[in-house]
Design a protein around this ligand. Structure first.
Ligand SMILES: Nc1ncnc2c1ncn2[C@@H]1O[C@H](COP(=O)(O)OP(=O)(O)OP(=O)(O)O)[C@@H](O)[C@H]1O
Length: 287
């Protein structure tokens, strides 16, 4: 498989006229860990929703989104078998998306729903093997002891770890995380990012994570894609992010971000270096 995620000529104009994505082109290889950064409203969530096939793009000729070699949508039409493709994608959202009143183990096993008859999920009848798989996944994210608790009794950080365990049980090849640490304190944020980095490293899972925290992006993600008003304005090694680019991206907020990013230029990137984009001059993207 050549690409874990391939996006070509992706644009999205909402009904009100807002151009949220402007000819986005991206190629992410299997096993990469990529941060999606950009100011509020730059298009990060919209991009991830398109990749998940939750939103249809503009019908631009030649526009296509593929995940793990399977077409999610083409020229504004979501593929009929998108549910099957989604079974390969793990989702982690800011708001955890767990069912509060169900035990953590059941929430995690929901990750296997695609391979499970509906009645079994409905009656919560899981095999010993499935339960063992869930416990193992919860162990990997450090909360095995919480498996019998209701999801609502977990802290935010623990809930997010349970959501990651769900992607492990699902066997997702690609994990899309949309601001997974936005509601968490620094310590819980660090743990969640470490777990995402670990499943990327140990399972070869491709991770695309949208982040407001540039320092986290630089610390954990060898590659960064930056959006500005729906356009990709930087696509390259995180160590090549510069204060000037961040000032262009974040405007007034940049100083705050720069204060938290003492690691600018100091983070080694183990990934092969994609080309870096000059911005705000005309844009090119990683091949
Ligand atoms: N359903 C919608 N209808 C109209 N406009 C929308 C819709 N969803 C998003 N937008 C607009 O599209 C733009 C991109 O929004 P998006 O949520 O993708 O940004 P974001 O980078 O994820 O922001 P944040 O970091 O604040 O979550 C914004 O201007 C937003 O107001």
């Amino acid at each position: 498989m050549s690409s874990a995620l391939r996006i070509q000529n992706l644009s999205k104009r909402f009904a009100g006229g807002k151009l949220a994505l402007d000819n986005v082109n991206l190629d992410i290889r299997p096993g990469e860990m990529v941060a999606l950064i950009g100011a509020s409203g730059s298009g990060k969530s919209t991009l991830l929703r398109h990749v998940a096939g939750l939103m249809a793009a503009d019908a631009t000729p030649g526009s296509v989104i593929e995940v793990a070699g399977c077409c999610v949508q083409r020229e504004g039409r979501i593929q009929r078998d998108v549910r099957k493709i989604r079974s390969q994608i793990g989702f982690v959202f800011q708001q955890f998306n767990l069912v509060d009143r169900l035990p953590v183990m059941v929430n995690v096993l929901v990750g296997r729903l695609h391979g499970m008859p509906f009645w079994r999920a409905w009656t919560r009848w899981f095999t010993a093997q499935e339960r063992a798989l869930a416990i193992e996944a919860l162990g990997r994210v450090g909360i095995a002891e919480c498996h019998a608790q209701r999801a609502s009794t977990l802290s935010g950080g623990q809930q997010q770890r349970a959501a990651i365990a769900r992607t492990l049980v699902q066997g997702a090849k690609v994990v899309l995380a949309d601001e997974p640490i936005a509601s968490l304190d620094p310590e819980a944020s660090r743990k969640v990012m470490e777990i995402l980095a670990r499943i990327n490293r140990e399972d070869g899972c491709t991770v695309v994570v949208s982040l407001h925290q540039v320092d986290m992006a630089m610390r954990y993600c060898p590659r960064v894609v930056a959006l500005h008003q729906g356009r990709v304005v930087f696509d390259g090694p995180s160590r090549e992010l510069t204060p000037a680019l961040l000032r262009n991206l974040y405007g007034m907020q940049a100083d705050e971000i720069l204060n938290g990013s003492s690691s600018l230029h100091e983070v080694p990137s183990p990934a092969p270096a994609p080309s870096v984009v000059a911005w705000p001059t005309p844009m090119a993207q990683a091949a």
